[in-house]
Unconditional design. Structure first.
Length: 309
């Protein structure tokens, strides 16, 4: 769930692109090998984050959706702060406003998403959530073709609901769409934070803000259940699978792949989520719902490619 990296990296990737010149055979082979590694890292990161979400769903009976969000954000923030060790001085009020907004969007995105997968299947939730970045991509592209991709995505959502817009739990669907809106905000704020803070410092600080925002809700709803050893252990697994590993893999992948390729690969998230939901949670979907997921994946990839032309 981190197409924010595309927005943050795309400008620098474009400016760093070398002038068109024929590459030597050995250089071309090295580029192909690097891209293959990058694709493998992205796929592995996607598997990690979606299977992490499936493990999180298994934790809901123990700590509730908001409690699991709190565990994930607090543990992930702790890991990132220890690894990145961001400095706290030398930033303007504007810098702190951006990183705080980034953190609020991050915390809200995760809270809404986890509340959604407590009510609807994981594959359906991710498919609806992807509509947020898709809408952002369509608006940013300002092309007539964007309307076609948006229409294709809406057709996919209709199929996802089984041909009946009330086929999914309304509250769960609304929460997933809310998570998508927060994902779009997260993408925009991530790009701004990346321009103001070095390395991954902005992400580490934003994760800490998101953790602080979610902590009162998690404690109020789950209380002492958050401190049970089994819950803490599974919460750490969720933090590593859903945050630590994916962010690290994506960081290395973006050094090997064009931003557009990264974004197209990330559009496969709904299909990966449906697979994780089936294998871990036994959430089988019907043929129409799988077709709906395929349409949303196609719309997301098409919108990204159209926006790069």
């Amino acid at each position: 769930m981190t197409t924010d990296a595309v927005a943050a990296v795309a400008p620098s990737a474009a400016s760093a692109a070398p002038a068109a010149s024929p590459a030597a055979p050995s250089e071309a082979g090295s580029v192909r090998s690097g891209r293959a590694v990058g694709v493998s890292l992205i796929v592995a990161g996607m598997l990690s984050v979606n299977f992490g979400s499936a493990v999180a769903a298994l934790l809901f009976p123990r700590a509730g959706a908001l409690g699991v969000v709190t565990l994930r954000l607090v543990l992930a923030a702790t890991l990132l702060l220890v690894v990145c060790r961001p400095r706290l001085r030398g930033y303007s009020r504007g810098d702190w406003a951006v990183v705080c907004g980034f953190g609020v969007a991050l915390g809200a995105m995760n809270s809404l998403f986890y509340a959604a997968i407590d009510r609807i299947p994981l594959g359906a939730a991710v498919t609806l959530e992807v509509l947020g970045p898709l809408a952002l991509s369509v608006i940013a592209a300002r092309r007539l073709s964007g309307l076609m991709w948006a229409g294709l995505a809406l057709a996919g959502v209709f199929l996802l609901s089984g041909g009946d817009l009330g086929g999914l739990d309304p509250a769960g669907a609304a929460l997933a769409l809310g998570a998508g809106a927060m994902w779009a905000a997260y993408i925009l704020l991530s790009a701004r934070a990346g321009a103001r803070f070095p390395k991954a410092d902005g992400l580490a600080l934003a994760m800490a803000v998101g953790a602080l925002c979610s902590l009162p809700l998690g404690v109020a709803t789950s209380g002492g259940a958050l401190l049970q050893p089994v819950t803490l252990g599974l919460g750490l697994a969720v933090a590593v699978l859903s945050s630590g590993l994916p962010y690290t893999m994506e960081l290395f992948a973006l050094r090997r792949l064009p931003a557009a390729t990264f974004a197209v690969l990330m559009s496969l998230a709904p299909a990966v989520a449906a697979t994780a939901g089936f294998l871990v949670l036994g959430q089988a979907l019907g043929a129409a719902q799988y077709a709906g997921i395929a349409l949303v994946v196609a719309a997301s990839a098409g919108a990204v490619l159209a926006g790069r032309r």
